[in-house]
Design a protein. Structure first.
Lengths: 567, 573
C-alpha cells in the first residue's frame, strides 16, 4: 500500500501548488457553506427555548431563513469559481499524459478506447480526491466549533458523541484494502468494455461486411456481465461504509436522548439544547463522512495514479506544471532547432525480439534506399526500430557520426518524417490534417509533389474539406498521398515511407515518385519493381536478417532471395 | 434544439420516445416488487423514530421516570439501525437492477448503432461511439440508483411525514405542509427544465473531448512521426477550455437550484415553527426532525445534481441515437433470401451514387453471369471502391439497382447478403484480441481445424490460434482477411486491392488460394497491378465515376487503341 500512496501524495501536492491562489481562494469561499449551519443551530436553540415561553418570535424565524440565503449565495459563487481549478487540474494531468505519449517516452500501449477510459475516469478520480480536501477543512472547522458549543452545554454528552465518529474512522481503515481491490477490478473490467466498444466501432466495416454484428454484441454482453458483477460489489462496499456513517447520526441522536434523559428530567437540558444537538449531530457527521470518503477515495485515486503513470514514460512527472490555457491560447510550440543537416545516418546491429537480428544500415544524403523482403521478414520492424517507434533490444544509431540516444525524440521533423503503412487522418479539415501546426507556405508544393493536386482540384471545398474520422471519406490511395504531403510540408532531410504505392494506379504512382525523388533523402519499404529499379541501394531482408545489399541488377545476380521475390 | 422552443407535439413525441427507450431498464415484476418492498421499509422505519423523540421530550417535561425515558431512547436506537440496514439493502438491490437494466440499454444501443449505415459511421469516431454507448448510459445508471433512493424514497418519506403530521399532530399543519411541499416540488421541476439544456451542452463538450482524445491516442504514431505532438496538445487545451466554459455555465445553473432548495427548506422550517407556537415542545422537536429528515434526501439529490442533469442530457442523446435511422431501409417482409448455394449472378443497372449530394458514380451498368470474374480498373479515387461497397450493400444507389442472384439488394434479407457476398478490403481492420477472434470476428466457428486450414491456405499456418494478435504488418493483416474469406462460403467475392500489400513471392503463394476461392464463385477484382487481372473474364475501366470501357478481357486486349490495352502497355514500360 505504501509504495502506491507516495506517488499519489506527490501528485496531490503538485495539483494543490500549481494554481495555489485559485485553490486557496476556492477553499475559503466554500468555508461559509460549512460554518453557517453553526448559526442556524444557535438560532433554533433560541427559538425552541422561546417556544416554551409562548410563541416563536418572527424575527428569529426570519434570521433562520436569512442564514440559509447567505449560505446559498456563497455556494453558487464557490461552485462556479471552483470549476476553474477542477477543470484546470484535470486538463493538466491529461495534457501531461498526452504530451508524454505524443512527444516523450510514453506509449499508448492499450487500445485507444482503454486509453480514453484512463484519461477520462482515472483523471477524474485523482482530481476529485484532491478536491475533497476542501470539504474536509470545512468539516473540521465546523466540527471543532460545534463540539466547543455543545461542550459548553453538556460536556459529558459531547464526549460520548465523539465515539461513533472514531468508530467510523476505524471501520474505513479496515475496509480500505477490500475497497481498493474491488475498485481496481471494476475499473479493469470497465476498460475492457470500452476497449471492446472501441474495437467494434473502429472495425465496423469489417464487422458489417462479414455480418458479424450479433457475435460482436454477444462478446459485449459477456464483458458487460463481468463488469456489472464487479461494479455492484465495488458499490456495495462503498455503500456499506456510507450506511455505517449514516447510522452514526441516528445512533448519536439516540445516545443524546439516552444520556440527556437525567439532565432533562432535572431541567438542566432544555428543549432548545436538544434542538441544537439534533441539528449539529446531522452536520457533524460530515466530518467522519468526509474522512471516510477521503479514505475510500485514497486507494481508488492511488490506483488511478498508477494507471496514468503507466501511460507516461520513465522519469516523466505526471503532474508537472505545464500551465493552464483556458483564458488564453496555448502558445504556438517553438520549432525544434535543427542545425545539423543529414550527411549520413547509420545503424549498427539493430535487434528487436524475434523479429530482427543485428541489421546494419547506412543512408547517405540524397540517396534512395529501398528495404524489401517477403511478408513478415521484418521490413516494417526495421524502420520502426530505426525511428524509435519500437524499442530495440540492441544496436546503435548515429546521425552524422554522433550517437543518437533517443531515436524516438531525435529522428523527427525537421530531420526525419515518416509515413506509416496505415496512416491515419483526423476528423478535421484537409488543411489542418496537412499542416498540423506548421505554417502554410510549403503547403501547395507539398500537395503537388505528393501528386494530390488533381484530387484536390476536384474537391469543391478544397483544403477546407473535412475528412471524416480516420479519413474514411478519402479513398485509400488519396489518404496515402495526403499523408505523404503532410510529411513533405515538414521539409524533412530524410523521408521514410512504408509501403506507399500499393494503393496507387500506375500513372499516379509514377507522378508521385517523380515528385519526391531528389527532394529529400528517401528510405522506402516496397516490393514494387518500379521502386526497386529507382533505388541506389536495396536491402533484402529474410526472416529478420539481411540477405543482400546493393543495386537491383547486382542483387538479381548475387542474391537468391531477391531473385525469388523478383521473378 | 433548445428545450424551451420545443412545441407541444414534439414534446409528446419525445415523451413517447423516452418511455420507449427506458423500457430496457425495467427489471421485470419480481425484482421490481422486491425493490418496492425494500424502498417502503427504507421509508417507514425512519418515519417512526421522531414519534419516539416527541414522546421522550413530552414525557421528560411531564416528569416521567428515567427507566421509561431510557426505554424510549433504546427503542429509537433500534429503529435507527434497522432503517440504515434497509437503506443499504435498497441501495444494493437498486444498484444491481440499475446495472442490469442499463447494460441491456447499452447492448440495445450498440446493436442499433452497428445496424446503422457506413455514412453514419463515417461521421462518428469510435471514441464518440464509446461515449454514446457507454458514457451516456453510465450517467443514466448512476441516476437510476439516485432516483430510486432519493426521489422515490424521498417523495414516499414526504407523503409519510405529511400523513403522520396530519393524523398525529394537527390536520391544519399537515395541509399547510402539503401545500408548501407541492410548491417546492413544482419549483424544482421548473428549475430542472431550465438546467437541462446547459447540462446537455456540457455533456456534448465532454463527448467532443473524448472523441478528440480517442482519435489522438489512435493516431499517436502519426503525430509523433510528424513532430505534431505539441500541436495536438495545444489543440487539446482548446477543446478542454471549451469543456470548462460549458461546465461552468451548467454548474452556475445547477448550484443556483441547490441554493434555492436550501432556502426553501429553511423557509419551510421557519414557517412550521411559527405555526406550531401552540403545540407542545415535543411536537415541535418532532416537526424539526421530520424537516431535517425530508431535507436529507433532497440535499443528496441536489448533491447529485450534476449527475442528474448529465443523466437527463444522456437520455436525450440516447434518444437521438435511437432515432437515427439507417439510410438502408429494411427489406419488405418477408424478405427474400439469396440462393443458399452456388455462384451468384451480379447486375448493376444504371446505378448512380452520391455521398451527401457529391456525385461519385453515374450510370454504371455491369452484368456478370454466375461464376464469371470481373476486373475493375481505373485511377485511384475513380469510384471502384464505391462500386464494391454498393455490391456489399454498405450503401444503396441513389438511382438504378444492384441485383445479386437476380434479387434487388434492397429487397433481400440482409443476413443472407452478408453470408453470401464476401468482401476483402484493402485496409484490414484487426482487433487486439486472439488470432481466433480476429479470424472468426467473435462468431461461432466450424472448429479449430478449419481455422488452421484457412490460415495455412494463406501461409500463416504457424500462427497460434490462442495467442493474442500482436503487432501485424499490413501484409499479414491482408493475409488474415483472405483467411476470413476462405472461412466463409460466399457465392460472390469482392476483392478490393486484397493483395496490394503483399510482396510478389507471397502474392504468388496466395494466388493459388485465391484461384481456389474464385473457382465456382462469381468474383469482382479491384487491382492496380494489372497483371493480377489475368484471371478476369471481363474488364471494366472506371474513370470519374463512369464506365469508359467494358468488355471481355481478350477483346479489350486485342484492341491496341483501347484504354485497357494502353494501360497495360504503360505499366510494362
Amino acid at each position: 500500500m505504501r509504495p502506491l500512496m507516495t506517488p499519489l501524495l506527490a501528485v496531490t501536492a503538485t495539483l494543490v501548488r500549481f494554481e495555489l491562489r485559485r485553490y486557496l481562494v476556492g477553499g475559503l469561499l466554500w468555508m461559509p457553506a460549512s460554518i453557517l449551519p453553526l448559526a442556524g443551530g444557535l438560532i433554533l436553540q433560541r427559538l425552541f427555548d422561546d417556544l416554551g415561553t409562548g410563541g416563536a418570535p418572527l424575527l428569529l424565524c426570519a434570521a433562520f431563513v436569512g442564514v440559509e440565503l447567505v449560505r446559498g449565495l456563497t455556494i453558487v459563487i464557490a461552485w462556479t469559481y471552483g470549476d476553474y481549478w477542477w477543470s484546470a487540474a484535470a486538463a493538466l494531468l491529461r495534457a501531461n499524459v498526452l504530451r508524454s505519449i505524443l512527444t516523450g517516452r510514453g506509449r499508448a500501449r492499450h487500445s485507444p478506447g482503454e486509453g480514453l477510459a484512463r484519461l477520462r475516469d482515472d483523471v477524474g478520480d485523482v482530481v476529485n480526491f484532491v478536491d475533497e480536501s476542501v470539504p474536509l477543512a470545512g468539516a473540521v472547522l465546523f466540527g471543532a466549533a460545534a463540539l466547543t458549543i455543545m461542550a459548553s452545554v453538556d460536556p459529558a454528552v459531547t464526549l460520548v458523541l465523539v465515539i461513533p465518529a472514531i468508530a467510523i474512522g476505524v471501520l474505513s481503515r479496515l475496509l480500505n484494502r477490500t475497497i481498493r481491490r474491488l475498485h481496481r477490478r471494476s475499473r479493469t473490467l470497465g476498460a475492457a468494455v470500452t476497449g471492446h466498444l472501441g474495437e467494434i466501432f473502429g472495425a465496423v466495416l469489417a464487422i458489417k461486411t462479414a455480418g458479424a454484428e450479433e457475435a460482436a454484441l454477444e462478446r459485449l454482453r459477456r464483458h458487460n456481465r463481468l463488469r456489472r458483477e464487479a461494479a455492484v460489489k465495488d458499490r456495495l462496499a462503498t455503500d456499506l461504509l456510507g450506511a455505517a456513517t449514516g447510522a452514526t447520526v441516528e445512533i448519536s441522536i439516540g445516545l443524546v436522548l439516552l444520556l440527556a434523559a437525567p439532565a432533562m428530567h432535572r431541567g438542566d437540558f432544555t428543549v432548545g439544547d436538544l434542538a441544537l444537538f439534533t441539528t449539529y449531530v446531522g452536520w457533524l457527521t460530515a466530518l467522519p463522512r468526509t474522512i471516510g470518503g477521503i479514505l475510500s477515495r485514497m486507494p481508488q485515486a492511488a490506483v488511478s495514479v498508477e494507471r496514468l503513470t503507466q501511460m507516461t514514460g520513465p522519469g516523466e512527472d505526471l503532474s508537472r506544471d505545464t500551465g493552464v490555457w483556458f483564458r488564453r491560447d496555448h502558445p504556438v510550440p517553438a520549432r525544434p532547432v535543427h542545425d545539423d543537416p543529414l550527411e549520413v545516418l547509420q545503424a549498427r546491429g539493430l535487434t528487436v525480439g524475434y523479429g530482427l537480428h543485428g541489421v546494419d544500415l547506412e543512408i547517405e544524403r540524397g540517396s534512395f534506399t529501398v528495404i524489401t523482403g517477403a511478408v513478415g521478414s521484418g521490413k516494417t520492424t526495421l524502420v520502426r526500430a530505426l525511428l524509435g517507434l519500437e524499442p530495440a533490444d540492441a544496436g546503435t544509431i548515429r546521425w552524422n557520426g554522433r550517437p543518437v540516444a533517443d531515436p524516438g525524440g531525435f529522428l523527427v521533423p525537421d530531420r526525419v518524417a515518416y509515413v506509416g503503412q496505415a496512416p491515419r487522418l483526423f476528423s478535421a479539415s484537409l488543411r489542418e490534417n496537412l499542416l498540423l501546426g506548421r505554417p502554410a507556405d510549403r503547403l501547395e508544393r507539398a500537395v503537388r509533389l505528393a501528386a494530390f493536386d488533381r484530387d484536390l482540384a476536384g474537391m469543391p471545398a478544397g483544403l477546407d474539406t473535412v475528412v471524416g474520422p480516420r479519413g474514411v471519406r478519402l479513398s485509400g490511395g488519396q489518404a496515402q498521398r495526403v499523408t505523404v504531403a503532410r510529411a513533405l510540408v515538414r521539409s524533412p532531410d530524410l523521408l521514410v515511407v512504408d509501403d506507399l504505392s500499393s494503393a496507387l494506379d500506375v500513372e499516379t504512382e509514377r507522378r508521385l515518385w517523380e515528385g519526391i525523388t531528389g527532394v529529400c533523402t528517401l528510405l522506402v519499404v516496397s516490393h514494387r519493381p518500379a521502386v526497386l529499379a529507382r533505388a541506389d541501394q536495396i536491402i533484402v531482408l529474410d526472416r529478420g536478417r539481411v540477405a543482400g545489399r546493393g543495386r537491383l541488377e547486382e542483387l538479381l545476380e548475387t542474391c537468391p532471395e531477391m531473385r525469388r521475390l523478383w521473378s | 434544439m433548445s428545450a424551451s422552443s420545443t412545441s407541444g407535439r414534439a414534446a409528446s413525441g419525445r415523451h413517447v420516445l423516452r418511455s420507449r427507450r427506458l423500457h430496457s431498464l425495467w427489471p421485470g415484476p419480481g425484482p421490481a416488487a422486491l425493490l418496492a418492498l425494500s424502498i417502503v421499509a427504507t421509508t417507514a422505519l425512519p418515519l417512526a423514530a421522531p414519534q419516539l423523540t416527541r414522546r421522550f421530550v413530552d414525557d421528560a417535561a411531564a416528569g416521567a421516570g428515567i427507566d421509561r425515558l431510557t426505554l424510549i431512547a433504546l427503542g429509537y436506537l433500534g429503529l435507527a439501525v434497522a432503517g440504515q440496514a434497509a437503506r443499504t439493502l435498497t441501495a444494493w438491490l437498486a444498484g444491481r437492477l440499475a446495472w442490469a437494466g442499463t447494460d441491456r440499454l447499452r447492448e440495445r444501443l450498440a446493436a442499433h448503432a452497428l445496424g446503422l449505415d457506413m455514412a453514419f459511421h463515417g461521421r462518428h469516431t469510435p471514441g464518440e461511439m464509446i461515449e454514446r454507448v457507454d458514457g451516456d448510459v453510465a450517467a443514466v445508471a448512476g441516476f437510476v440508483v439516485a432516483f430510486l433512493l432519493d426521489v422515490v424514497a424521498g417523495v414516499l418519506l414526504l407523503c409519510g411525514v405529511i400523513a403522520v403530521v396530519a393524523v398525529t399532530v394537527d390536520p391544519g399543519v399537515g395541509a399547510v405542509l402539503l401545500a408548501y411541499c407541492a410548491l417546492i416540488g413544482l419549483g424544482m421541476v421548473r428549475a430542472q427544465r431550465l438546467a437541462v439544456p446547459s447540462a446537455a451542452r456540457a455533456r456534448a463538450a465532454g463527448a467532443a473531448l473524448s472523441g478528440y482524445l480517442e482519435e489522438r491516442l489512435a493516431g499517436a504514431e502519426d503525430l509523433r512521426a510528424n513532430g505534431a505532438g505539441e500541436h495536438a496538445v495545444r489543440r487539446f487545451h482548446q477543446v478542454s477550455a471549451a469543456l470548462w466554459r460549458a461546465d461552468r455555465r451548467g454548474d452556475a445553473v445547477g448550484s443556483s437550484v441547490l441554493a434555492g432548495t436550501g432556502v426553501a427548506f429553511a423557509a419551510g422550517t421557519a414557517l412550521m415553527l411559527a405555526l406550531s407556537g401552540t403545540l407542545s415542545a415535543g411536537t415541535a422537536v418532532l416537526l424539526l426532525q421530520y424537516t431535517l429528515m425530508v431535507r436529507t434526501p433532497f440535499e443528496r439529490l441536489i448533491d447529485q445534481l450534476r449527475q442528474y442533469q448529465t443523466a437527463l442530457a444522456g437520455l436525450g442523446r440516447i434518444g437521438e441515437l435511437l432515432a437515427v435511422r439507417s439510410t438502408l431501409p429494411a427489406p419488405p417482409s418477408p424478405a427474400r433470401r439469396l440462393p443458399p448455394a452456388g455462384p451468384l449472378s451480379l447486375e448493376l443497372d444504371a446505378v448512380d451514387f452520391a455521398y451527401d449530394d457529391e456525385p461519385v458514380l453515374s450510370g454504371i451498368t455491369l452484368r456478370l453471369a454466375p461464376g464469371e470474374t470481373l476486373g475493375l480498373v481505373g485511377r485511384t479515387g475513380s469510384g471502384k471502391t464505391t462500386i464494391a461497397r454498393l455490391i456489399a450493400r454498405l450503401y444503396d444507389p441513389t438511382a438504378g439497382a444492384v441485383r445479386v442472384g437476380g434479387l434487388d439488394l434492397r429487397e433481400a434479407d440482409p443476413a443472407s447478403v452478408r453470408g453470401r457476398v464476401g468482401v476483402v478490403t484493402q485496409d484490414v481492420q484487426v482487433f487486439s484480441a486472439t488470432v481466433r477472434d480476429n479470424l472468426t470476428l467473435f462468431r461461432a466457428h466450424p472448429g479449430d481445424d478449419r481455422l488452421r486450414e484457412a490460415l495455412a491456405e494463406v501461409g500463416l499456418g504457424d500462427w497460434d490460434l490462442d495467442a493474442p494478435l500482436g503487432a501485424v504488418s499490413a501484409g499479414q493483416a491482408q493475409l488474415l482477411a483472405l483467411a476470413r474469406a476462405f472461412l466463409a462460403d460466399p457465392g460472390l467475392v469482392v476483392l478490393d486491392e486484397a493483395s496490394s500489400r503483399l510482396d510478389p513471392a507471397t502474392e504468388r503463394r496466395v494466388d493459388r488460394g485465391v484461384t481456389r476461392l474464385l473457382s465456382g464463385r462469381t468474383g469482382v477484382l479491384i487491382a492496380h497491378r494489372l497483371a493480377s487481372l489475368s484471371r478476369a473474364d471481363r474488364i471494366a475501366v472506371v474513370a470519374d465515376g463512369k464506365i469508359v470501357e467494358y468488355g471481355g478481357r481478350r477483346d479489350l486486349l486485342a484492341d491496341p487503341t483501347g484504354r485497357f490495352a494502353r494501360m497495360l502497355e504503360e505499366a510494362r514500360r
